[in-house]
Design a protein around this ligand. Structure first.
Ligand code: ADP
Ligand code: MG
Length: 273
């Protein structure tokens, strides 16, 4: 793949986009996510400045960086919410995300959890997972139908995974902040995304909730490709394999948590503010 010549068409609904969106993500010869030389400017200010990043299939990658480093903008580019000025963004081998529309990218299998939990407060925990499953394009036709035995079992498996079995009949609005976050992760997982992106999943959580979230993410690692953006260094240290430190819209350091914590430039960025 060549760099920087790939300029976004702006609309993303080109023939390329439609063809790509109908395909399954191809990771047979490389990473699940590939960014090269991605730049995003807002009124001349570069929120992303020739950012390059590669995520392998099955990887759990943590992305840290001070406020304003470009973490959310990076997620916006990957999910098609923001078009880069230039740069290459590929999902697997074949899907050029700069040419795809936001809903097509979601359908292609990139699931994003925003910072605020957005569950259906007036529905039960069980119903929230049911609704998430039914927005899945493969089962849309059964929206008014009874749950099959398999669907019911899938929901119960998910309730166990997110540790909300006992709360299944409670209204989602009555859950704690942490429990709402887990429910939303469960709702995301019901749609079986190929790549999961979590933006600050433990923000506002208690220490105990943070620990349980780390356990949940570790259970998902390996069988899922996950990108976690987080400020909480203890949390990142507890789950991290490979860490990428963003600063001023580009990669400042990448490696194990130990490596990046010992990096002089990283220390300066985090402690020198
Ligand atoms: P992070 O998530 O790492 O805190 P962001 O990606 O939110 O950083 O922001 C990176 C920089 O880009 C910040 O300086 C922010 O003010 C700026 N920025 C983000 N979105 C916009 C926007 N829509 N318009 C103008 N500036 C923006
Ligand atoms: Mg952010």
């Amino acid at each position: 793949m060549t760099s920087s010549q790939t300029v976004s068409s702006g609309t993303g609904d080109s023939a390329y986009g439609r063809i790509a969106a109908s395909d399954d993500v191809d990771i047979s010869h490389g990473p699940i996510l590939y960014l090269e030389d991605v730049t995003v400017s807002f009124d001349g200010f570069k929120a992303l400045n020739n950012l390059s990043l590669t995520i392998e299939a099955g990887e759990l990658r943590c992305i840290i960086g001070p406020n304003g480093a470009g973490k959310t903008t990076m997620m916006d580019v990957i999910t098609g919410k923001t078009r880069p000025d230039h740069g290459t963004v590929f999902f697997g081998q074949t899907m050029d995300l700069t040419r795809m529309r936001e809903p097509d990218i979601a359908h292609a299998g990139i699931g994003r959890k925003f910072q605020r939990p957005t569950v259906f407060e007036r529905h039960t925990v069980f119903e929230n997972l049911e609704l998430a499953m039914k927005t899945d394009k493969r089962v849309r036709r059964s929206l008014l139908a009874e749950l099959t035995v398999e669907q019911d079992a899938r929901i119960h498996d998910m309730l166990r995974l997110i540790q909300l079995s006992r709360q299944q009949d409670q209204l989602a609005g009555s859950l704690s902040h942490g429990q709402k976050q887990w429910l939303e992760i469960g709702m995301l997982l019901m749609q079986e995304p190929k790549l999961i992106m979590l933006d600050e999943p433990v923000a506002g959580m208690t220490d105990e909730e943070t620990e349980r979230t780390a356990e949940l993410i570790q259970k998902l690692a390996g069988s899922h490709s996950i990108v976690v953006v987080e400020h909480d260094m203890d949390f990142v240290a507890s789950i991290a394999n490979k860490v990428t430190v963003l600063h001023e819209g580009a990669v400042l350091a990448e490696g194990s948590m130990d490596q990046v914590q010992r990096d002089e430039r990283v220390i300066e960025v985090y402690l020198g503010r």
